[in-house]
Design a protein around this ligand. Structure first.
Ligand SMILES: C[S@@+](CC[C@H](N)C(=O)[O-])C[C@H]1O[C@@H](n2cnc3c(N)ncnc32)[C@H](O)[C@@H]1O
Length: 366
């Protein structure tokens, strides 16, 4: 198994003393409380108030400044002592924020993950075991009766949709600058953006290159969102939509143009292994020997820092319980095997884009 250097250290040897391990086990057992208390500490502005105070705050000052009862302030602050997001001075009884508390309110990735986990995942995760047994997103049911989250995206409650898109866009947007340079390093007049969603990559492409024509393949309902999102933007007339359900193994990729590049960003992780081979095999049929296929994914084994891997392996659980029940965040071994099974060869892998993306650049097998 491939593991980045950072992961070699942590994932191959026991890290905990017996005492630490016991604490971690309790932390896991109480993790719903850990999560919800910390989320409320952020939402009610308690952590902000502590960060902004010069010498920390007493329970009654927190109660006043944050508009919560003394009881609520006590419950939250005492639990947060055990969680590790605050500390207290026993003399003055003033609470202060810790480094972990500071990250909770300041680190954009943590904020995006927390909101996504609360709004999209929290309730549905209750049915994780059912989802694992059935290979179906059992936790999606309380939002609606769709086979996968993608069919329901445009109908999710507004707040849930906002958190879903916030999560999706946060991870991919940060890699687009470097990705544009890689893709447009060769002449690219026609680009097929598979799973192009609301058109954020497509709009970056037409802005970056004044000649490129981009065709987005996605579910028809997503293309409607894309048209709304791109309406009136410069270059929108060079963004075309092609509605199709890629899970229909008999549906071919469009061949109305000769594709210089086929782009799949954060897309293959939405599918199970057999589905990936089917999609890539159909992509291969729409490729010429000159077409380059770019697969941009956050491969969990290639992360430079372990917290990034943690975000990915745990995001897999969202795919199981909520998204579709059969996909995940893949690692290099699995993804490269599937690419090869589809009759493609890998030219190179570009690493360390944005929030830990890699681009697997492929061509037809020669
Ligand atoms: C996680 S989003 C990625 C969006 C975008 N490429 C990015 O990098 O942010 C996956 C996209 O794949 C699309 N998708 C999922 N299942 C699909 C299917 N069966 N047929 C067509 N598109 C699908 C979704 O609608 C969504 O736009």
């Amino acid at each position: 198994m491939h593991l980045s250097q950072a992961l070699q250290k942590i994932y191959t040897k026991e890290q905990q003393s017996a005492r630490d391990a016991q604490r971690l086990a309790e932390f896991i057992a109480f993790s719903p409380m850990v999560f919800q208390v910390s989320r409320v500490m952020v939402e009610k502005g308690v952590l902000d108030a502590l960060r902004d105070s010069d010498n920390g705050l007493t329970i009654s000052e927190v109660s006043q400044q944050c508009g919560i009862s003394i009881y609520a302030a006590k419950v939250l602050l005492e639990a947060s002592l055990s969680i590790g997001t605050v500390i207290v001075d026993p003399e003055s009884e003033r609470f202060s924020i810790t480094k972990a508390g500071w990250f909770l309110i300041t680190d954009k990735r943590t904020r995006v993950n927390m909101v996504f986990n609360h709004d999209v995942n929290y309730e549905g995760l209750f049915l994780l075991d059912k989802a694992l047994e059935e290979g179906k997103p059992a936790g999606l049911k309380h939002f609606g009766d769709w086979p996968t989250v993608y069919e329901g995206l445009s109908q999710l409650p507004e707040k849930v949709q906002e958190s879903w898109f916030g999560f999706d866009h946060f991870y991919s947007d940060g890699s687009f600058d470097q990705a544009l340079e890689i893709v447009f390093s060769r002449p690219t007049a026609n680009l097929l953006d598979v799973g192009g969603n609301t058109g954020r990559w497509a709009t970056r492409c037409v802005d970056y290159n004044k000649d490129v024509e981009v065709t987005i393949v996605d579910l028809p309902q997503q293309l409607e969102l894309m048209r709304k999102a791109t309406a009136g933007m410069e270059g929108a007339d060079r963004i075309h939509g092609y509605g199709m359900n890629l899970l229909d193994a008999s549906a071919p990729f469009p061949t109305n143009r000769k594709w210089d590049a086929i782009w799949m960003s954060q897309f293959l992780d939405c599918f199970g292994e057999e589905e990936i081979v089917s999609i890539l095999s159909r992509a291969a049929k729409a490729m010429t020997p000159d077409t380059h296929l770019y697969i941009m994914e956050t491969l969990w084994d290639r992360q430079r820092f372990e917290p990034a891997t943690l975000c990915l392996t745990l995001t897999s659980v969202y795919f199981t319980a909520i998204a579709n029940g059969n996909s995940k965040m893949y690692n290099t071994d699995d993804m490269t095997r599937l690419v090869k099974e589809a009759g493609l060869e890998i030219c190179c892998i570009h690493d360390n884009l944005g929030q830990g993306h890699s681009i697997i650049e492929c061509k037809l097998k020669s």
